[in-house]
Design a protein around this ligand. Structure first.
Ligand code: NAD
Ligand code: TYD
Length: 366
């Protein structure tokens, strides 16, 4: 192997989490190139999430932290990837409100360290390889802040206005990625996506939390009036968008990825309860909606997200395939069939989180 070139391999961080694992499943199923996974296996990362691909011949799993420059450098030199994709992050807004520090460490410091390792590796590549190499940063629509009911959806030129510690840490990471491109010439592309849902999502986020709580007979906690709007996308549509950006995206540009799935939280939970009422009715014949409980709102709660994927659709030929209803049905069916995965990831730490997080909300209700 030429020391100044790269192989067909890609290095992907955060693959034991929800979206990274969906990307790994898609990649291993469709591409001939090897995927090297790097994941720290935090509370949100589980090998059971990566199980469908973990021992595939085109997949290598390495446990490690993106902040660990020795390990990342070793991997870059050993596998000589043609691209690095960064999914690894602390990703839950409520956890960022209770403890922002790990968000700064992984999302900001981690991204900077990863970029520094990539820079050293990229500097050693020959001119052709330097041109063809890609660093892809997986970002979010939350960096754009919040919208009023009549504002147009976020575009790639919407100014940054992050409101939560999570969104601020992702915005900071995006600025670093941009700077490493402008200053050092690293060929970067970035993606911004709306709220994802689908199989293998850790049950702290709205949709899997509501499904698993409903089935366990627990409360379905709605923050505030439940009229906050999110723009939902099925996870497989998101990862198809990322693959399109990796292959066809223009260096230095960002791409919005959205599923045309704008709806308010109460509607999400009602639709989900109606589907569960059909697929797995409660023994007492009542609707799962009777488990809904309005609780104290999240501080700094963004009222509305909406994202326009027009540029990505137009320039890259990508488009989402699922509607919110079709994706939600698939997701609920997956959770009904995969109770074993849910019990595996809902460990004691998760139960402690639920108690700490929701006890204070119920107690704080007006
Ligand atoms: P997740 O919390 O399910 O998974 C994150 C993964 O990163 C876990 O496997 C975890 O172990 C790993 N990780 C965390 N810190 C690490 C570190 N320091 N080093 C190595 N690995 C580490 O998150 P997700 O929902 O899959 O999100 C993936 C990416 O997509 C994140 O960057 C997130 O900001 C972004 N995103 C998520 C959504 C969404 O709706 N979930 C929407 C848009 C963008
Ligand atoms: P979440 O899944 O945490 O994603 P994000 O905060 O990144 O958008 O939450 C989605 C929406 O659901 C958000 O408006 C907060 C709300 N929500 C609840 O009403 N109750 C809950 O228990 C959770 C986790 C979220």
């Amino acid at each position: 192997m030429d020391k100044n070139s790269f192989t067909d391999t890609i290095l992907v961080t955060g693959t034991a989490g929800f979206i990274g694992s969906a990307f790994a499943r898609k990649w291993v199923g469709h591409e001939s190139a090897t995927l090297v996974s790097l994941d720290a296996l935090t509370y949100a990362g589980h090998l059971s999430t990566l199980l469908p691909v973990i021992s595939h011949e085109k997949h290598v799993f390495v446990q490690g932290d993106i902040c660990d420059q020795t390990k990342v450098t070793e991997l870059l030199n050993k596998y000589r990837p043609k691209a690095v994709l960064n999914f690894a992050a602390e990703s839950h807004v409520d956890r960022s409100i209770l403890g922002p520090e790990t968000f700064i460490q992984t999302n900001v410091v981690g991204t900077m360290r990863l970029l520094e390792c990539v820079r050293a590796y990229w500097n050693g590549l020959n001119e052709d390889a330097q041109r063809d190499f890609r660093y892809l940063q997986v970002s979010t629509d939350e960096v754009y802040g919040t919208l009023t009911p009549t504002d147009p959806p976020f575009t790639e030129s919407t100014p940054y206005a992050p409101n939560s510690p999570y969104a601020a840490s992702k915005a900071a990471a995006d600025h670093l990625v941009r700077a490493w491109h402008e200053t050092y010439g690293i060929p970067v592309v970035s993606t911004h996506c709306g709220n994802n849902y689908g199989p293998y999502q850790f049950p702290e986020k709205l949709i899997p939390l509501m499904i698993t709580q409903a089935l366990a007979g627990g409360d379905l906690p709605i923050y505030g009036d439940g009229m906050q709007v999110r723009d939902w996308i099925y996870v497989d549509d998101h990862v198809a968008g990322i693959a399109a950006v990796l292959k066809k995206g223009t260096v230095g540009e960002r791409y919005n990825i959205g599923g045309f799935g704008e709806t308010h939280n109460l509607n999400v939970v009602h639709t989900l309860c109606n589907t569960l009422d059909e697929l797995q009715p409660r023994k007492d014949g009542l609707s799962y909606k009777t488990q809904i409980k309005f609780v104290k709102d999240r501080p700094g709660h963004d009222r509305r997200y909406a994202i326009s994927p027009e540029k990505t659709t137009r320039d890259l030929g990508w488009k989402p395939l699922e509607t919110f209803d079709s994706g939600l049905k698939k997701t609920i069916a997956w959770y009904l069939a995969n109770g074993e995965w849910v019990s595996k990831v809902k460990d004691k730490g998760f139960k402690d989180w639920l108690e700490a997080q929701y006890a204070q909300r119920v107690a704080g209700q007006a």
